[in-house]
Each structure stands twice: as C-alpha cells, then as structure tokens.
Design a protein around this ligand. Structure first.
Ligand code: HEC
Ligand code: HEC
Ligand code: HEC
Ligand code: HEC
Length: 483
C-alpha cells in the first residue's frame, strides 16, 4: 500500500514535470582548429594527447577530484540493505559510489570484489590498454586471470609514461583513445561487446550519426552485461530490447539456453540470483531525453569556455548539476538553474523512497524463504518462491545500479520498481501460506527479521556488515546438511 501511494505521487510529479517546455536551440559548437595529430594509431597514453589538446586534457584532469575519497554504498543514508541483498556475492564485500574516469584502474585494482578467480573481463571498461590486449590475446583476453595476467599486462603497456599529475594509473585509465581515433580524433567505438550487441539488432555502428556517437561512446561501458559462460566474454543481454523486463526475459531464456543460469546463489534464500550493472545507456534510451534524441554528451560534456576565448566540450564527466547553466540551460533556457536543479531533486527523492521500499521487500522475501527451508516446506514451493525472489531483486537492482537516481528515466524506474515489489510480495505470499500450514509464528518471524537487519545496520565496519546477515535464526542455507 505504502508503495502504491508513492508510485501515485511520482506519477503526478512526472506529469507536472512534462509541462516544462524544452526550448531546444542548437548551441554553438566548439571551435577546433587542426584536429589531426602525429600520434600513433595505437596511442593509449592519456598525456600523449596533452600537447595537441591542452584544453581538453586540462578538463580531463578534473576527473581526479575529489581525490582519495571512496564512498561505500553501505552507509545508512545510501543503501544499508545491500550487504544482506548481495549475501554470498562479491558485492556484499565492497560496493562504492562511482568516481571519475581517471581513477578507474586504481579503483578496480583496490576493490575487495577482485580476487584470485577474477577474470580479464573486469578490466574491460577501465583502461585504454584493453583494445590492445584484445588484439594481442584474442578471445583469451576475457577469461584470463585478472591478477596474474591482465593487470600486469595493462600496467606494462603504460610503463615509463606515468606522470604524477594524472594520479595512480591515470595515464592508462578510461581516456582519449577509448573514444577517439588518436590520428583523426573522430569519435570511435573500441569495445567489441557493444559492436556485437548492436549488430545482433541489425545496427551497424560504423554508420552511426554524429549525434548517436555522442551516446555510443559511453554505451561501450555504461551498460548492463554478463560474462558469457563459454569464455567469460562481456556480453550485453539486449536481443529482446533494452528495458529491464526485456533484459530479464533474455536472462530467463537465451542466457539459460547458453548455460548461464545465475550470477550467484544467495546464502539466505538459496535463490539463483542475477546481478545488474550500471545500465545508464539502456534506461536513458527510453526516458524523456533519450526519446527526444538528447545524447549523454549533451548533459555530461557541455560546451564550456576555458581560457576565456575558446569553447571546448567539457571532459570532466560528473554530475551535470554542478554546472546546470551549461548542462541544462542550453536547451531549457526558460527555466532558472535553481528551478532545474529542484526538478532533479524532486525526481530523485521520490525515486529513492520507492527504492527503499522495494529493497526492504526483497530483504523480507529472502528471510521468508530462508524460513521455508528450515521449517521444511515442500521443495517445489521453495523453488517457486525463490524464482520470485530472483525476479523481485532484478527489477530494483537494474534501477539501483543505474547511477542517475531516477533522473534519466523517472517513469521507467518507477515501472521497474513496481514489477519488483509485485514479485517480492508474491514470494512473501507463497512463503506465508506454507509457513502458516506448518504452524510457524509469522509475527515472531517479522521480529527476527527486524532484529537481524538492525544488527547489520549497527555494524560500523562496512566490510563486516555482511557477516551479520545470517545468524541462529537464519542460517546460511548453502551450508545446511541435506539430511
Ligand atoms: C540537448 C537539449 C537538452 C538538454 C541539454 C537538457 N534537456 Fe531536458 N529536455 C529536453 C527535451 C527535448 C525534453 C523533452 C520535452 C518533451 O518531451 O516535452 C526535455 C525534458 C525535460 C524534463 C521533463 C521530463 C519529463 O518527464 O517530461 C525535465 C525535468 C528536464 N528536461 C530537465 C533537464 C535537466 C535538469 C537538464 C540538465 C541536467 C536537461 N533537462 C538537459 C532537452 C534537453
Ligand atoms: C568517454 C569518451 C571520451 C573520452 C575518454 C575523451 N573524449 Fe574527447 N570528446 C568526446 C566527445 C563525445 C566529444 C564531442 C564530439 C562531437 O560532438 O563531435 C569530444 C570532443 C573532443 C575534441 C573536439 C573538440 C571539442 O572539445 O569538442 C577533442 C580535441 C577531444 N575531444 C580531445 C580529447 C582528449 C585529448 C582526450 C583525453 C585527454 C579525450 N578527448 C577523451 C568523448 C571523449
Ligand atoms: C571505457 C569505459 C568507459 C567509457 C567509454 C565511459 N565511461 Fe564513464 N565511467 C567508467 C567507469 C569505470 C567509471 C567509474 C570509475 C571509478 O569509480 O573509479 C565511470 C564513471 C563515470 C561517471 C561518474 C563520475 C564520478 O565522478 O562519479 C560519469 C558521470 C560517467 N562515467 C559518464 C560517462 C559518459 C557521459 C561517457 C561517454 C561520453 C562515459 N562515461 C564513457 C567507464 C567508462
Ligand atoms: C538530460 C541530461 C542527461 C542526459 C542526456 C544523460 N544524463 Fe547522466 N545524469 C544526468 C543527471 C541530472 C544526473 C544526476 C546527477 C546528480 O545526482 O547529481 C546524471 C547522473 C549520471 C551518472 C552518475 C553520476 C555520478 O556523479 O554518480 C552517470 C554515470 C551518468 N549520468 C551517465 C550517463 C550516460 C552514460 C548517459 C547516456 C547514455 C547519460 N548519463 C545521459 C543528466 C543526464
């Protein structure tokens, strides 16, 4: 009920917002003199581009700020339920907010999710060295050992070029050659997974318009993917479409047919779970801006005047709200910067409220199924409930993992979270019926869930929170004897 109310409110909000009239002029393009370079076609070192393009390079350096700060998502005002929801998966160990492109290699190297069995695919959206590694190793790149092979090779390709101003590994982190041909500086696609996924939909990205390229360069990385079961290759689940329900259908059918059943098994519910990753491209593609053909770069790389005279595309990718004059008012000149920011905050507030509710429903669903298992409910009922746990979590995770907190597609986010809540409540409903038949005390179950969740919240060390998600009330079901 509570969920329905917030859904209704946000529908009203979205209707009100659509009254904003987009007065979309076409902003004057930056001036580029001779854009061709004498660089090698294989240039991957970011500061090799400094001399030719000092303005874009200096803008790029701003991605280092704020330095040294990694923010865990597990703290109470972000998403405190995650150590429960990702229990038994790497994401229960460490899950942080994004930082700038220049930090990508440093961050992937330091995160606790990387272990001895991590594979090359994990480097794919982090370093300019990746296209060269794929060229050299072919399809062996994807499944190769991250620690033993891929990380050392990546670092070796950058050896001798470290410059302090770019920070640790900034010289080979997401950068110029990922999006530009180093000789012509035309936008280009360097990641085969994107090319292949588009090809399967009949789209030849080498024919893309200039405007599409202003989003496609981002869609190489800011997308949902999974590792192909044959060789670990990064694969996009887009064959049925880009919406959460279409990607879910893919995972339930095509992915399973090729041998990909789940990302991990959940230790509380035993459900075969799917993990969603940062689908900014997919979710924004059918939002109000995506439908209107507004590109990622329009908001995230607005034109700015740098040395007082020349205009460049900003190469500081971050929140457009830091600079709404350029990022938003180029099109929405009828609104003040403050009005536009307030619109975004309103959307994000109702989005995050709905997110809290859907995550809580998933938490309860996991524990209800745990009790079905320990109380001895019939296997087929357990499996049915586990399916709804998997489905419920997919539909909020694909939205929670999207980094705009609802702005890229307010209605799409709400639709997905409605599907999430329905599925999770279905799991709880099935469990409640079975537990009632077994004379389990549901009020006591709710009390135990509350106590368990509180103990996760109360743990101050973010890296230890997950240890409190299972306990005497709710044992790790993967470790139970089958007797
Ligand atoms: C390149 C032009 C362009 C830029 C840049 C742009 N917008 Fe828009 N905006 C549009 C268009 C076009 C629409 C769709 C209008 C419609 O469908 O009625 C729109 C719609 C909106 C809406 C209404 C959404 C809805 O649900 O109907 C809001 C709110 C909005 N923009 C805010 C922003 C903010 C905030 C920024 C900066 C972060 C921004 N826009 C940047 C062109 C732009
Ligand atoms: C994530 C993708 C991406 C990365 C990384 C990137 N660029 Fe760009 N760059 C773009 C986009 C998008 C444009 C706008 C192109 C357009 O509209 O045609 C652009 C435009 C440019 C232009 C044309 C002039 C302008 O400012 O619009 C130059 C020069 C340029 N970038 C240099 C660089 C340099 C140097 C680096 C590395 C320090 C770099 N870029 C890194 C995406 C990227
Ligand atoms: C080669 C892969 C790659 C490409 C291409 C790419 N990104 Fe990213 N992006 C990343 C990674 C990885 C991170 C997170 C880095 C971290 O947290 O260390 C990130 C982070 C971001 C952030 C968050 C920055 C912050 O300060 O929190 C924004 C915004 C962003 N990217 C926008 C874009 C846009 C817009 C494009 C296209 C013009 C783009 N990215 C292209 C990989 C990529
Ligand atoms: C109409 C403007 C607009 C367009 C188009 C747009 N974004 Fe965003 N994006 C935003 C706003 C506004 C936010 C929220 C920023 C905040 O919360 O401070 C955001 C947030 C993000 C973030 C998280 C940034 C952070 O600091 O954590 C990423 C990553 C991102 N967008 C990537 C993309 C990509 C990739 C595309 C294209 C597929 C895209 N965006 C298209 C306006 C836009």
């Amino acid at each position: 009920m509570k969920f329905k109310l917030s859904l209704l409110l946000s529908l009203m909000l979205i209707t009100a917002l659509s009254l904003i009239i987009a007065a979309c002029g076409s902003p004057e393009e930056p001036e580029v003199r001779d854009i061709s370079t004498d660089l090698s076609e294989d240039e991957i070192i970011n500061h090799a581009f400094k001399e030719d393009f000092p303005l874009q390079y200096n803008s790029y350096l701003k991605n280092l700020e704020p330095s040294g700060k990694v923010t865990s998502k597990f703290i109470s005002d972000i998403e405190p339920n995650l150590p429960i929801l990702f229990n038994n998966y790497g994401f229960m160990l460490e899950y942080n907010k994004t930082r700038g492109h220049t930090n990508a290699v440093e961050d992937v190297n330091n995160i606790k999710r990387i272990n001895d069995s991590s594979i090359g695919s994990c480097m794919t959206c982090k370093s300019t060295a990746v296209p060269l590694l794929i060229e050299e190793m072919g399809d062996d790149y994807w499944g190769a050992s991250f620690r033993e092979e891929i990380f050392p090779k990546t670092v070796a390709l950058g050896e001798g070029y470290e410059v302090e101003e770019l920070g640790e590994y900034g010289h080979i982190s997401v950068g110029c050659s990922d999006c530009h041909n180093p000789q012509t500086m035309e936008l280009r696609i360097t990641r085969p997974s994107f090319v292949n996924a588009m090809e399967r939909q009949g789209i030849d990205v080498s024919e893309a318009s200039k405007n599409d390229m202003r989003s496609y360069v981002c869609a190489q990385c800011h997308v949902e993917y999974y590792f192909h079961p044959d060789n670990g290759k990064v694969t996009f689940p887009w064959d049925n479409g880009l919406k959460p329900e279409e990607m879910f259908e893919y995972k339930e059918n095509q992915a399973i047919e090729m041998g990909f059943d789940y990302d991990w098994e959940h230790s509380i519910s035993g459900a075969p779970m799917l993990k969603a990753q940062h689908p900014e491209f997919e979710i924004s593609s059918y939002g109000p801006h995506g439908e209107a053909g507004v590109a990622c770069a329009d908001c995230h790389m607005p034109y700015e005047r740098t040395d007082g005279r020349r205009k460049i595309s900003s190469h500081h990718w971050g929140s457009p709200l830091l600079n709404p004059e350029q990022s938003c008012r180029a099109c929405h000149s009828d609104k003040t910067a403050d009005e536009l920011k307030d619109r975004v905050y309103d959307i994000q507030r109702s989005h995050l409220d709905a997110m809290d509710e859907t995550q809580e429903a998933s938490v309860r669903a996991h524990y209800y199924v745990n009790r079905m298992i320990t109380a001895g409910a019939p296997d087929e009922k357990i499996e049915e409930a586990q399916y709804y746990v998997r489905k419920g979590q997919w539909f909020w995770d694909i939205i929670a993992a999207e980094n705009s907190d609802g702005f890229h597609n307010p209605q799409g986010g709400m639709d997905s979270m409605r599907m999430s809540a329905e599925a999770s409540h279905q799991a709880i409903y099935i469990a409640s019926n079975e537990l009632t038949k077994l004379d389990e005390d549901l009020e006591e179950l709710e009390r135990q869930i509350e106590e368990t969740v509180q103990s996760v919240y109360d743990e101050e060390d973010p890296y230890s929170k997950h240890e409190h998600a299972t306990n005497d009330y709710f044992p790790n079901v993967l470790e139970l004897d089958n007797d």
